[in-house]
Design a protein around this ligand. Structure first.
Ligand code: BJ8
Length: 424
């Protein structure tokens, strides 16, 4: 990584502690990613983004701030980035995916909180993530209880706006979410001093839709019998989607897809013929959580899809671009975002329908349902997921894990046995 020491110091980061993270990340990325054979050339850009993860993009955000722009940090797929960009601001994801940040979170949170929340809080309190230092405002949402209470802590030294997400999906809930989006527009306008107009919102809806379309194109390529890209590579791209510049990201994903189109035409696969195809479902895998994909893809199987927020939930269902008023656009956004099937909703049967649909679309041999330890929502929903998949004749393995490597061996054994069972 280039020398960003001054920038990190200026951000008030704990540079000594942060150095420890900078030392281990390249090694992990090298072991997991750079050991893969026959990677697409266009992955070079995404390798670069990871190599410079705490450098290049933070520097861009700081430049934006120097010109008077604001940066909003978000933690959930339901927060509409479109509103932020429509006010000339930048949205960036903040969810933590490393065990490195977990102990910092445990200083203030119960140990039996999910690692994603603990890592996010630890990254902020330990001052070891530039994105947390840069964000001018955090935007939370009322999804799970752990997040709601963590926002009260995170909001103690940074302005925090929490969006009130309904927990059901009746018509009145969708309309309530549209109202909440309109309130968010007001908050963003007041904070940035910029008006969100019908035109600027229409532009940002197109901007984010273009990103979704590029990701949909990438994922569709994984449906081919010859799989042109590894699941690991697609995972890191899905993670980068949360914080990269959207225009550049879209362009780079489309460039990669051009290369993959050619691979499909030439019948080039990164996996041997007959490799078992796996769909992952469950809790999100925030960067740099690559553990499971690595284990699966070194156990003789390929991950061809993720029914996750770091996956298909992120890009399916583009926003209707035809609305011409702020009210209409807010409703179009609400309709789109309420198509995300998070386990914080009840009932949430559409997620189960989705898993079965995606298992067929991606022609998978089996599904692995992943739960981040202490996430009660996805854990509880796992019962219905498993039952429905068994009824549909789809093999499923449920696993629970955290950000440590302590269970890696055990997971390898279980996943290896599952893949072997799929081969019989
Ligand atoms: S839309 S999945 S990003 S809430 S894993 S913190 S639910 S205890 S991350 Fe999520 Fe939005 Fe839903 Fe997606 Fe809580 Fe569970 Fe932890 Fe979670």
């Amino acid at each position: 990584m280039a020398d960003y020491l001054k920038m990190w110091k200026d951000l008030g980061m704990d540079v000594e502690m942060h150095n420890q993270l900078c030392e281990v990340l390249p090694q992990t990325f090298g072991d997991v990613y750079l050991t893969q054979k026959n990677r697409p050339e266009a992955m070079d850009y995404f390798n670069f983004v990871v190599a410079e993860i705490h450098g290049v993009r933070p520097a861009e955000l700081i430049e934006h701030q120097k010109k008077g722009g604001k940066v909003f940090g978000t933690f959930c797929l339901y927060v509409p980035d479109e509103v932020v960009f429509a006010a000339g601001a930048i949205a960036t994801g903040l969810c933590g995916g490393s065990q490195f940040w977990v102990p910092g979170g445990e200083k203030v949170l119960p140990v039996n909180t999910c690692p994603l929340i603990k890592a996010s809080v630890g990254a902020r309190l330990d001052r070891t993530c530039p994105f947390f230092r840069i964000a001018d405002m955090f935007v939370g949402e009322t999804t799970c209880d752990g997040k709601k209470k963590a926002y009260e802590i995170l909001g103690e030294d940074v302005p925090m706006h929490v969006m009130n997400l309904p927990q059901m999906k009746r018509r009145k809930d969708i309309l309530a979410w549209a109202e909440e989006i309109k309130d968010f527009i007001k908050v963003v306008e007041d904070f940035t001093g910029n008006k969100v107009t019908e035109e600027s919102l229409a532009d940002s809806i197109r901007l984010i839709n273009a990103k979704r379309t590029a990701l949909a194109r990438l994922y569709a390529l994984r449906k081919n019998e010859s799989i042109p890209i590894s699941g690991k590579d697609v995972l890191v791209i899905s993670q980068i989607a949360f914080y990269d510049d959207p225009t550049r990201f879209t362009e780079k994903v489309n460039k990669l897809c051009d290369e993959l189109d050619q691979r499909v035409k030439d019948g080039v696969s990164v996996f041997p013929k007959g490799t078992k195809r796996i769909l992952l479902t469950g809790t999100p895998l925030a960067i740099p959580n690559w553990k499971l994909h690595h284990i699966i893809e070194t156990s003789g199987a390929a991950v061809v899809g993720e029914e996750m927020c770091t996956g298909i939930r992120y890009f399916e269902h583009p926003v209707d671009e035809t609305a011409a008023t702020i009210d209409g656009q807010a409703e179009a956004l609400a309709e789109r975002y309420m198509n995300i099937n998070c386990a914080c909703f009840t009932p949430n049967d559409k997620r189960i329908d989705d898993i079965i649909r995606l298992a067929k679309e991606y022609k998978v041999d089996g599904v692995i349902d992943v739960n981040l330890k202490f996430c009660e929502l996805y854990d509880t929903e796992g019962y219905k997921v498993e039952r429905a998949l068994k009824e549909a004749g789809i093999s499923i393995l449920g696993i629970e894990t955290d950000y440590t490597d302590s269970d890696a061996q055990q997971l390898s054994t279980r996943i290896g046995a599952f893949v072997e069972m799929l081969s019989k």
